[in-house]
Design a protein around this ligand. Structure first.
Ligand code: SF4
Length: 332
């Protein structure tokens, strides 16, 4: 695995890639991605992360000051009431400067909340206290089962200890950080675990300011992992066959609304600098996430170039996707 450190001097912008930097989906919530390493091997991982990944060729880490400059600029463009959600395609707690990053993000004028997605394995009394002092508002805890064997199987590592993670969840719920339990429902696998997780969230004090639960829908992704025999539900099946019956059984609203529940509102997109179909010259600056991919730079954005044979210099590419300022291209 190649490790790439992204600094101001690297000449790699912090918009344009799904792997690191800042992602703007046209709302007041910014996804902030400081690194992308992971310590688990979940068999349903949407991004094929972790030590046993078959597709990942590169790990990225962004210098904190450089990341803060980018967030500051984008947050000022978005205006008052920005939430920074730290949600690396991996485990963000593996970023060495996480408490410092949280504190600095909270210090940005337009930022009113900072939240973190984590698998919980690195939450200890010490790390929770550091994140609490830094001013972290919410932890979205990816916890998919309470049964020890099922939880271990879904983490993909023998050492996974559900006792440690559930104890950490209780510590978070008892701190000034709010807890949101965010299991992925994998049909046919953890059906019996979801009601247990709902009861756990209700009883441990999750959801002081935000909802206690955010059940996520399992999806198949091109470069992700899917457990054998599992078929993703349609959105209709997810809400009508799963969410609604659980809502009735537990007397709890589980279908969340970004504005009502998190205060996330639509905001103008940071302008695209390229459009789908454009032909541009990119400067290759780093290896890509998967083999055969390189990261190029053009017009102040990262472009993921697939089937790229050159490892440096300039490549002429056609932009094949530009949605949400995430760019992919093919050599022409
Ligand atoms: S699902 Fe999350 S915790 Fe599990 S391997 Fe993927 S990135 Fe890591």
């Amino acid at each position: 695995m190649t490790h790439v450190r992204i600094t101001a001097e690297s000449g790699i912008p912090l918009m344009g890639s799904l792997y690191f930097g800042v992602i703007d989906r046209g709302t007041s919530l910014l996804q902030v991605r400081p690194s992308c390493g992971c310590n688990l091997n979940c068999p349903f991982c949407s991004v094929d992360a972790g030590p046993e990944s078959k597709t990942r060729a590169t790990s990225y880490e962004v210098e904190m000051e450089y990341l803060l400059e980018a967030v500051d600029e984008i947050a000022r463009f978005k205006g008052e009431g920005v939430e920074c959600h730290i949600d690396s395609p991996g485990e963000p707690m593996m970023y060495r400067h996480l408490p410092e990053l949280v504190a600095a993000l909270k210090g940005i004028g337009c930022v009113t909340a900072v939240s973190l997605q984590t698998n919980g394995t690195m939450l200890t009394d010490i790390s929770i206290a550091a994140l609490e002092s830094a001013g972290l508002d919410r932890i979205n805890l990816s916890l998919h089962a309470l049964d020890p064997d099922m939880a271990r199987m879904l983490a993909g590592v023998e050492w996974f200890d559900i006792g440690q993670v559930s104890e950490a969840a209780r510590m978070v719920a008892n701190s000034r950080i709010d807890l949101l339990v965010a299991p992925v429902y994998i049909p046919g696998i953890n059906d019996a675990e979801i009601p247990k997780l709902i009861r756990f969230a209700q009883e441990c004090g999750a959801g002081k300011r935000f909802p206690p639960l955010g059940i996520q829908k399992f999806e198949h992704y091109r470069y992700g992992r899917s457990p054998k025999g599992v078929k993703a539900q349609s959105w209709w099946q997810f809400f009508n066959r799963s969410i609604r019956p659980w809502e009735k059984e537990h007397g709890l609203r589980l279908q969340l609304d970004m504005e009502r529940d998190f205060g996330t509102v639509r905001r103008q997109f940071v302008p695209l600098t390229m459009a789908k179909g454009d032909k541009v010259t990119v400067e290759i600056r780093a290896p890509g996430w998967i083999h055969g991919e390189m990261l190029g730079v053009a017009k102040n954005r990262v472009v993921s170039v697939y089937n790229c044979e050159k490892e440096s210099g300039q490549v002429r590419v056609k932009i094949v996707s530009a949605k949400h300022n995430i760019y992919t291209g093919q050599p022409v």
